[in-house]
Design a protein around this ligand. Structure first.
Ligand code: EPZ
Length: 420
């Protein structure tokens, strides 16, 4: 297992190219199962989760070929028996459920394991697909689904904390080949859902309302192959925006979509960080002025994204005063807090709320990565801290950040990948 060795205290300056979105690419790759024809998907990030998805599709019988940032998928003859171990390892594999039921009328996936940020149930996925006509049983850790035929329905997908992103993706994909019209109420509005809808539409699907809480899909007998370019990764862009702020530097994020980052840019401006939109690029500059503490509550899109909560906490550690962060999406997404405290942070947790007492300089120490975004926060803290920080188990980062150490080194970070 690799680790990152970081020497902090140096401002980051220069340009970072934003990669394609992991959370768009994964369901879009699964959507290629909906047709026998060839699909070409561009700007796919080189991540272990993406390669996992490729291996899962191969275990279902699809032809999958990576050519740089492009993946070619041809699901001519597929079966429902995927690789249990692979499917169990990655939660996002749940989004093969909808396409398999739509294409084969049966599906078998492993119950996705929970992870460090919470139980991660799939009850809403199963509820929605059941309303389209599927029947499920749980056998030996598998979810086994079947249907004589999927047919359109009105499906309410809201859960206890709001919509489900991959749940919306599953129902939308299944509905494209269902008989009749499906209306998804309380659908997730994330840009990744919109990008999936764009890809499905290019395959011939009839979808209206993606990006709004109500999506209408008119089912068709079949879909055809398509080509698609994945949107840039808004969470990667947000992570590097915070990196510029915490190191008192100035970064140009090339290819970031400012229109996908409204809530994040709003909070950075409120904190006193300089943001300049230059077409598709973003320039982030830590103003000379003192930063101000801000309060954050994570929400479904277009609210503040839960995937940027840990990173913003690191910025608030640099700001004298009290910042209150409330995590409303996942029940335990504070794995980064005890590790940040090892760097000298003063944070206390009260249920879903973190009270951040900022203003004390961080000092480097060995820390352990856990959740993908918590690990990113530890890297940011290491860049800001005095002295040396070692972040262990960076395979968590490699799941969701393409060449993070290389990208940071190119803008002046003293970070190297070492075998642990
Ligand atoms: C997607 O996960 C993202 N992953 C997550 O990013 C992101 O944090 C999350 O959406 C929320 O924005 C991918 O797109 C691959 P949800 P997803 O279903 O779809 C509860 C990252 O770091 N829920 O929107 O799995 C669930 O427990 C990852 O890139 C149910 O109760 O998340 C959570 O509390 C982490 N029942 C809330 O809804 C269900 O059936 C939102 O989860 C489904 C979800």
């Amino acid at each position: 297992m690799d680790a990152f060795r970081i020497r902090g205290g140096r401002p980051l300056r220069g340009e970072i190219e934003i990669s394609g979105s992991k959370n768009a690419a994964l369901p879009i790759m699964a959507a290629a199962l909906l047709t026998r024809e060839r699909c070409v998907i561009r700007r796919v990030p080189n991540l272990s989760d993406v390669r996992f998805m490729g291996d899962i599709l191969k275990s279902l019988g699809a032809h999958v070929e990576f050519q740089g940032e492009t993946v070619i998928i041809e699901a001519k003859d597929i079966h429902e028996f995927g690789d249990y171990e692979l499917i169990r390892k990655m939660r996002a594999s749940v989004c093969i459920l909808g396409p398999l039921l739509a294409r084969l009328r049966r599906a078998r996936v492993s119950l996705p394991g929970g992870c460090v940020i919470g139980a991660r149930p799939i009850d809403l996925h199963l509820k929605g697909l059941t309303m389209l006509g599927a029947k499920f049983s749980i056998r030996g850790g598998y979810v086994v689904g079947s249907t004589p035929a999927l047919s359109g329905a009105e499906v309410f997908m809201g859960g206890r904390v709001g919509p489900t992103v991959l749940g919306t993706a599953n129902i939308m994909m299944a509905a494209t080949l269902s008989l009749g019209v499906t209306i998804i109420e309380s659908a997730a509005c994330e840009p990744e859902v919109v990008d999936l809808a764009r890809f499905l539409t290019s395959m011939g699907a009839r979808i209206q309302g993606a990006g709004s809480p109500t999506i209408t899909i008119t089912g068709l007998p079949e879909l055809h192959g398509a080509e698609h370019e994945v949107i840039p990764d808004r969470i990667e862009a947000a992570t590097f925006a915070v990196a510029a702020a915490v190191t008192k530097g100035e970064l140009t994020l090339k290819g970031a979509r400012p229109d996908h980052l409204g809530a994040v840019l709003d909070k950075l401006r409120e904190a006193g960080v300089g943001i300049d939109r230059q077409g598709p690029n973003l320039v982030i500059e830590r103003n000379r002025s003192r930063l101000r503490p801000v309060d954050i509550t994570t929400q479904p899109y277009a609210g503040f994204p839960t995937d940027v909560q840990a990173q913003m906490m690191v910025l608030m550690l640099q700001v004298p005063g009290i910042s209150v962060i409330t995590e409303r999406i996942f029940e335990s997404r504070y794995m980064h807090v005890p590790e940040l405290c090892r760097l000298g942070a003063d944070i206390s947790i009260e249920g879903p709320t973190a009270i951040v007492k900022g203003g004390k300089p961080l000092s480097g120490a060995p820390v352990m990565a856990s959740d993908l975004r918590a690990s990113a926060a530890l890297v940011l803290a290491g860049l800001a801290a005095e002295g040396e920080t070692t972040v262990k188990r960076v395979y968590h980062l490699d799941r969701g950040y393409e060449c993070m150490d290389e990208k940071l080194r190119r803008v002046g970070a003293r970070i190297e990948r070492i075998p642990e």
